[in-house]
Design a protein around this ligand. Sequence first.
Ligand code: CU
Length: 158
Amino acid sequence: MKIVAKGLFIALALIVGLLYARPGTAETAQAGDITVETPWARASIGTSRPAAAYMMIRNEGSAADQLIGVESPLSGMAEVHKVEMKDGVVSMSSVSPLPIGPGETVTLAPGGLHVMLMKLRQPLEKGADFPLTLTFERAGKLTLDVPIHSVGAMAPEK
Ligand SMILES: [Cu+2]
């Protein structure tokens, strides 16, 4: 009887382990009414240039929320940026806070909003992933597992 129980425990532990190890599981994170999906980043050119991360942020609640902070252990300074065109010149500016209205989905994608990872402590290598923590005013903190795609990727590659 004892042996059967132990066997069952091991089987359960294996099933739970498999669920956690399933690719993509940690790539969707939720806190309160906020769900963040399909995070991805571009590989960096060493550590001298900043890197960018992208994702979709959904507010399923009936109250407005805002993204007030981003941080990652591999970046000494992370900010939400937007790309804008001014007098024919493309520039970036910091967006803090980033509002996420009730029922709204805000997409961070190349050419627009992005999380800029500056002061890199290590390069972002294609095929690896890294943790990124987002702090929302209402929903609080959530941490994503961000997969790294190629330097010039315009969307996450399957
Ligand atoms: Cu930027």
